[in-house]
Design a protein around this ligand. Structure first.
Ligand SMILES: Cc1cc2nc3c(=O)[nH]c(=O)nc-3n(C[C@H](O)[C@H](O)[C@H](O)COP(=O)(O)O)c2cc1C
Length: 222
């Protein structure tokens, strides 16, 4: 079982968010998972320019690290998203990454996995960012088992108090991979999303035949 955490703090190994996501991975590892942490800031990801080339063949005109990251996500059974709160939202690094996942979202290339999200903030906005990160997981076709946000008051040590909750979240995630996880509310959201993205897959049937056929095999197009 592989669990991958991806966090968008530019502070990389000094990041409080990375530390919180690390506790989640530790909990998952204790429950038997093989884990990996991705510091997005170490990767070259060019912002989407809305050229729409990827919608023709799934390939971005930019040659950067995004395809390798998507490949790592495909290999994982579960994904943890983490971001610091920047002006009440996710970090720019995280948003650039998410924008580049549009094709993976449209074609539901990561569907069927489970995930969870974490955020850290000085004072406020943590819960909203966790909700947004989980919303993006749902866009990807991934069901979230929960989330955790910490307000540090700019004291990085404050994250240590959250270690037990983060370990428990990691264990819950690993258990969800092993035993399955059901959430009727999120499942309804995923079904609605797929109904919306289905029109894109059908419209591009002649250009993206492999993807169309995968959707048929998945039973998402009848
Ligand atoms: C550009 C920037 C914007 C921030 N915006 C907010 C904010 O809107 N609200 C808040 O409470 N903290 C804000 N913070 C503080 C960070 O959210 C907080 O220090 C966080 O724990 C940093 O996580 P990191 O160590 O993983 O980068 C901001 C910090 C930076 C650098």
């Amino acid at each position: 079982m592989k669990i991958l955490a991806i966090h968008g703090s530019p502070r990389t190994i000094r990041s409080t968010t990375r530390r919180l996501a690390g506790f989640v991975l530790e909990g998952a590892a204790d429950a038997g998972a093989e884990t990996e942490m991705i510091d997005l800031a170490d990767y070259r990801i060019i912002p989407c320019t809305a050229c729409e080339a990827c919608s023709l063949n799934g390939i971005c005109i930019n040659d950067d690290d995004l395809p390798a990251l998507v490949a790592r996500m495909k290999e994982a059974d579960a994904i943890v998203f983490g971001s610091p709160v920047y002006i009440d939202n996710i970090s720019g690094q995280m948003k650039v990454f998410f924008d580049r996942l549009t094709d993976a979202i449209h074609y539901q290339q990561l569907a069927g996995k489970v995930g969870c999200s974490v955020a850290t903030t000085a004072e406020s906005g943590g819960d909203d960012v966790v909700a947004y990160l989980n919303h993006v997981l749902n866009y990807l076709g991934i069901i979230s088992v929960g989330g955790l946000s910490i307000a540090t008051g700019e004291n990085a040590e404050a994250v240590d108090a959250a270690e037990p909750a983060a370990l428990a979240l990691g264990k819950k995630l690993a258990d969800a991979v092993r035993e399955g996880y059901s959430d009727p509310g999120q499942e309804a959201i995923l079904t609605d999303n797929r109904a919306y993205f289905k029109t894109i897959v059908e419209e591009s049937r002649d250009l993206r035949t492999d993807e169309y056929e995968r959707w048929v095999r998945m039973g998402w197009i009848r």
